[in-house]
Design a protein around this ligand. Structure first.
Ligand SMILES: [Zn+2]
Ligand SMILES: [Zn+2]
Length: 242
């Protein structure tokens, strides 16, 4: 760990202790006295993704379907679910975790992931996370998907594995068509531990499901190495693919 990151992490830990997460709302910081994670008005701003969802990608839909417009066609993930809709309080929570260095939020979010996990994923063999490139992880100081996966593995008593790496940053893709973008994305990831995934049912954890392109690329990579099924659990999902 670089010295800069060491001190950064130390400050975050101190912040977690001083700014006691059980006495203050984890979104607005106001004082709360009931031991909950959020104050009443912040909790109301978090939309649970607990109504009708697409059976495959888990996005909110109006009419029940096995494949919605966002995931129809080729999508190698067998089943995806998310705890929240990516808007309001849930969006802020994720942004705070990622960009405001509030790593302790992974611990706050994990029980919500566990609830979705218990209802939807029957004992996967292992839990993993979307990897970041070394450069991006050094810049941020941590990988939020790793933190979430680690907390979830702890809560569900499952095995946390790291069979994937991102050995290259995703190139700028605006001018490319969908197929070329997908091929580029596939080139960014690599399975470095095939033994850990062969014949296994793997659950990938990530923060947000947006286009689903990264999850698709990772599922393809894992299945190439013999993974039996690949599932995805995200903190939040956008309602329609963007
Ligand atoms: Zn609040
Ligand atoms: Zn869908």
């Amino acid at each position: 760990m670089k010295l800069k990151n060491f001190f950064k992490n130390l400050l975050i830990k101190a912040d977690g202790i001083l700014f006691n997460k059980h006495l203050t709302c984890n979104l607005c910081g106001c004082e709360i006295f009931d031991g909950k994670d959020f104050c009443e008005s912040c909790f109301k701003s978090i939309t649970l993704n607990d109504n009708i969802v697409c059976e495959t990608c888990g996005r909110k839909v109006n009419v029940s379907t096995s494949r919605c417009d966002s995931c129809k066609g080729e999508w190698a993930v067998d089943k995806a679910r998310s705890a929240f809709i990516y808007t309001g309080g849930a969006e802020k929570l994720i942004k705070d975790l990622k960009y405001a260095n509030k790593q302790y939020l992974a611990e706050i979010i994990a029980p919500y992931l566990k609830e979705v996990y218990v209802k939807n994923f029957f004992a996967p063999d292992a839990i993993t996370f979307v990897p970041m490139s070394e450069k991006s992880e050094l810049k941020r100081g941590f990988n939020q998907a790793y933190l979430l996966a680690k907390e979830l593995a702890k809560l569900t008593d499952n095995r946390l594995i790291a069979p994937l790496i991102k050995h290259k940053d995703t190139p700028k893709q605006e001018s490319l068509n969908k197929k070329a973008r997908q091929e580029n994305l596939l080139k960014c990831f690599k399975v470095i531990d095939a033994k850990a995934v062969k014949d296994k049912r793997i659950l990938i954890v990530d923060d947000v499901l947006t286009t689903g392109a990264t999850a698709h690329a990772l599922a393809e990579k894992l299945k190439d190495k013999g993974a039996k099924s690949v599932y995805l659990l995200t903190v939040a999902s956008v309602v329609k693919r963007i």
